[in-house]
Design a protein around this ligand. Structure first.
Ligand code: GRF
Length: 227
């Protein structure tokens, strides 16, 4: 299985896919530019021509590519087309950051171990949509976000890391999402860093750190470290 390891000193080539706002994409780019992340974000691809993420990419001088699903006869054709564009960019790592599509399993299969997703719940809790509302409705005391390797199971691939926050009694899905977002940014940056330096990888469906399987997902602490 291919690994997103980067034994050379060259920065990891990263391609980001996003459908909307793009704040997680921006967090990666900003961390790279601050010199905190040994990656090179080479392109942003979107399935929505109006995605704000595309504007952020253009403003940052990063290649911005939009493909419209309705220009393709079916979902599989679109997925193959967008991932063909991704492949031409020869990424070491693909980051799904708010990419709101279920990707064809045949496509996912080609990138297992080299594609991660950020999902706004403490997986395996609440795969899919409405995660903040579902956590509140269930009476959970904590909520959070996960970064995981992508497999053909929706939001079901091996979890690398979590960030958690307490749910307040008066939280709404909106207030919870707003408090979580900056933590998501830190989680994505910290997790991407561990992959970029070759510390974390996927090995036979298991997340390994320094070659040893993780007993549980890493957790982001208040200092932005994953332990
Ligand atoms: C984030 O909450 C992420 O967890 C989810 O979609 C949202 C994307 O936000 N997958 P943004 O587009 O990065 O601002």
């Amino acid at each position: 299985m291919p690994e997103p390891r980067n034994p050379s000193s060259k920065p990891l080539r990263v391609v980001v896919l996003a459908s909307g706002r793009g704040s997680n994409f921006a967090a990666l780019v900003e961390a790279q530019r601050r010199g905190e992340l040994p990656i090179d974000v080479v392109a942003l691809l979107s399935d929505r021509t109006t995605a704000h993420a595309l504007e952020l990419a253009r403003a940052a001088d990063i290649e911005a590519i939009a493909l419209k699903p309705r220009d393709y006869s079916n979902r599989e054709d679109f997925d193959h087309a967008i991932f063909d564009r991704v492949a031409q960019l020869t990424p070491d790592l693909i980051v799904l950051a708010g990419f709101m599509r279920i990707i064809d399993p045949a496509v996912v299969e080609q990138w297992v171990g080299r594609m991660i997703n950020i999902h706004p719940s403490l997986l395996p809790k609440y795969p899919g949509l409405r995660t903040h509302a579902r956590a509140i409705e269930a009476g959970d005391v904590e909520h959070g976000s996960s970064v995981h390797f992508v497999t053909s199971e929706l939001d079901g691939g091996p979890v690398i890391a979590h960030v958690a926050l307490p749910i307040a009694r008066d939280d709404t899905p909106e207030s919870l999402a707003a408090r979580l977002l900056p933590l998501e940014h830190r989680l994505l940056v910290a997790t991407t860093k561990l992959i970029a330096v070759g510390e974390i990888a996927l090995d036979n469906d298991r997340v390994v750190r320094h070659g040893q399987p993780l007993a549980a997902p890493l957790r982001l602490d208040d200092n932005g470290h994953l332990g």
